[in-house]
Write a protein that binds this ligand. Structure first.
Ligand SMILES: O=C(O)C1=C[C@@H](OP(=O)(O)O)[C@@H](O)[C@H](O)C1
Ligand SMILES: C=C(OP(=O)(O)O)C(=O)O
Length: 680
């Protein structure tokens, strides 16, 4: 393992619309590292199943091996630890990366076991406080020296002082106080190492917590696991713990590690933002991890959550279509890790979201309040923050900015900001490999969930242009397609062709099923400017006003729309398609990365149509056109089946006072702002 990880590449995530699927979570980091250390400190062998394989567990395993503990990996998360207390190797220099769950508990265990060690980590680990734990351990006779800044790693651990040398008058301390306000890991570390102390004293050890204990559910994980290894701690609320005089770890034989509940939060968010259902296997209502409570957060935000013993299923709105989550104002002290996921989800809420009591964020992998604040702003969010709180204002469709997100070597920053893919611009994640701290396979797993989007990325891109009659859709679509070298679908032509065929073969236009059959059997081909119906060019004929009016009538028939749906989708071909019509963005290509809703006022449109008809040699009366256009607008807007509406994620472009060139430019600029690479 290298001690300094060089920031890798960056990862571009295209805009995503829907997420669904199933994930088996990697093992819990908190449980894995506790179980490894407890298994190492007991007598006998323990088989751990479902152990997390990530940077944080790698540093723990490497350290234990360095200390002479036998750790055998059988693959697929199965690890056998041959417990050995005290550890056979009494000297060493251990590198513990940025793993709080390795650094703090190993500091306690090694300083109460006897031996001389140096413990260090990545530069950020040397900025994460450990003074409260060191103070507590010193009262128990530990010899710990700061090698750098007072109160922070790196540390030198010296030989444990003999009991009679103890500061408090010779007697070994039976009582220790530890501050709980900076990190619960200090208390966890003391609790796990306590049996080493009572083995020396032969008397119970009382641990008292000073100040309000933060991140309390992690203490529960510690106590539950200690109990599995045969040590039952009596507690008095969360301020006083008594480790019995006979406390000694015994190998439980086998421990199944649950999936990681903090990792589950990203997938809960996916279900809540991308429709779902997302089924998360590995944690459920039987979990011992506090972060499962994130299910309550997504539920309060409007998601539907199904809780099972060992799985959670989340469905929710589709935010890419403009649907919103409910805003929150919450205390996140109990779930500081999953809380970051809520901060990212806040971008899609219906009001400002406030996260309170998250002061511990300042001393984690990075200053997470600062990092979240800075990076959310890059995406266009308005953010406020204070010493222990953060407020995120939702990002409206027009505020979103394409951004490259710095991740500060913080796995959770990278995972949280992947959720920005549900915005209209996509997002770039810098140094995505930092997710290796807890979930090296995060991004492939994330990508697998994006059904619609994965499909959209694999399929050629589509720009949809919907809007009322004569808004210039056809012309703009052709010009945009030409500029991009793409093909074009004039979906209106299919309805006009249906109408023309109905007219020509005498089908009753009021008989929906008969008209649908005509649509289904339509023998059409588009060749350049030519539109061939049964081999005859009818391009001019289908532009006639009566054909248009009949087209509008038959287009309101559900069975007709259904008959033409797959025919329209078949036009999606590489390198791309510009599709114009009325329901291209809402029904036919809902996953299109760019949806335009092209409007113009009715007079401008009537004038354009009159000019168009005259150029083609047809007579045209402006007043009549205006009237029929108004009637048609009304019909289109109010019809029961596929009424003319803009997709929630469409961009409205008003062309009333724009030239054709200007309108084309607007569309092309919107396309290039999405940052898509040209397809092969
Ligand atoms: O004990 C644990 O496993 C953890 C405790 C929490 O830290 P704090 O107690 O420092 O908040 C949490 O953020 C961390 O990821 C894991
Ligand atoms: C705070 C975290 O890690 P650590 O275990 O290093 O404290 C975390 O995973 O979010």
């Amino acid at each position: 393992m290298s001690h300094t990880r060089k920031p890798s590449r960056s990862l571009n995530l295209a805009p995503a619309t829907r997420a669904s699927g199933r994930i088996r979570l990697p093992g819990s980091k908190s449980i894995s590292n506790r179980a490894l250390l407890l298994a190492a400190m007991c007598s006998g062998a323990t088989t751990l199943e479902g152990l997390l394989d990530s940077d944080d567990t790698r540093v723990m395993i490497a350290a234990l091996r360095q200390l002479g503990v036998q750790v055998d990996e059988a693959g697929e998360g199965r690890v056998r630890v041959q417990g050995q207390y005290p550890f056979p190797i009494k000297e060493g220099t251990l590198f513990l990366g940025n793993a709080g769950t390795a650094f703090r508990p190993l500091t306690a265990a090694l300083s109460l076991m006897g031996g001389r060690y140096e413990l260090s980590g990545v530069p950020r680990m040397h900025e994460r406080p450990i003074g409260d734990l060191v103070d507590a351990l010193r009262t128990l006779g530990a010899d710990i020296v700061y090698l750098g800044r007072e109160g922070y790693p790196p540390l030198r651990i010296g030989a444990l002082r003999a009991m009679e040398e103890n500061k408090n008058g010779g007697a070994p301390s039976d009582r220790v106080r530890v501050r709980g306000t900076v990190s619960s890991q200090f208390l966890t570390a003391l609790l796990m190492a306590a049996p080493l102390h009572v083995a020396r004293t032969g008397r119970p050890l009382v641990i008292e917590v000073e100040g309000d204990l933060i991140s309390r559910p992690y203490i529960l994980i510690t106590l539950r696991l200690m109990a599995r290894f045969g040590v039952n701690v009596a507690c008095d609320g969360d301020s006083r713990f008594v480790v019995p005089a006979d406390a000694a770890y015994r190998a439980p034989g086998r421990i199944a590690v649950e999936g990681d509940a903090s990792t589950a939060s990203y997938f809960m968010a996916l279900g809540a933002l991308g429709g779902g259902p997302v089924v998360i296997d590995g944690v459920g209502q039987d979990s011992i991890q506090g972060d499962v409570a994130f299910a309550d957060v997504v539920q309060a935000m409007g998601a539907t959550v199904v809780r099972r013993a060992e799985s959670i299923e989340v469905s929710g709105p589709v935010v890419a279509r403009g649907e919103r989550l409910r805003a929150f104002d919450r205390d996140f002290n109990l779930i500081p890790d999953a809380a970051m996921t809520a901060a990212a989800m806040a971008m899609y809420a219906d009001g400002p979201c406030t996260l309170r009591n998250i002061g511990s964020w300042r001393v984690k992998e990075t200053d997470r309040i600062h990092a979240m604040h800075t990076e959310l702003e890059k995406l266009g969010a308005r953010v406020e923050s204070g010493p222990d709180w953060l407020r995120v204002h939702p990002v409206t469709a027009d505020q979103w900015r394409a951004a490259s997100i710095a991740t500060y070597d913080d796995h959770r920053m990278a995972m949280c900001f992947s959720l920005a893919a549900f915005g209209p611009k996509g997002v770039t994640i810098e140094d995505p490999d930092c997710v290796g701290k807890t979930f090296p396979g995060y991004f492939p797993a994330f990508g697998d969930m994006l059904d619609g989007n994965a499909g959209a990325r694999a399929a050629p891109p589509v720009i949809t242009i919907d809007g009322p009659t004569a808004s210039g859709k056809g012309t703009i679509a052709h010009r945009v397609a030409q500029a991009l070298g793409w093909s074009v679908l004039d979906s209106g032509a299919l309805y006009r062709l249906t109408a023309l065929a109905v007219q020509q073969n005498g089908t009753n236009p009021d008989d929906e099923m008969a008209v649908a059959r005509v649509a289904q059997e339509l023998d059409v081909a588009f060749q350049g400017e030519q539109v061939l119906l049964e081999g005859r060019d009818v391009a001019a004929l289908i532009r006639q006003e009566q054909v248009g009016n009949l087209a509008s009538r038959v287009a309101a028939y559900g069975p007709v729309r259904q008959a033409l749906l797959e025919r329209q989708r078949a036009f999606r071909m590489a390198p791309g398609l510009v599709a114009d019509g009325r329901d291209m963005g809402t029904v036919v290509f809902p996953d299109a990365p760019l949806k335009i809703f092209l409007v113009a006022d009715v007079r401008a449109r009537a004038e354009r149509r009159s000019k168009q008809l005259k150029e083609k040699g047809f007579s045209a009366n402006l007043a009549d056109l205006l009237e029929s256009m108004r009637a048609r607008d009304e019909r289109d807007r109010t019809r029961a089946n596929a009424p003319l509406v803009a997709a929630a994620d469409a961009r409205t472009v008003d062309s009333s006072s724009l030239t054709i060139d200007e309108t084309v430019r607007v569309v092309l600029d919107l396309w290039s702002s999405l940052g898509f690479q040209p397809q092969e």
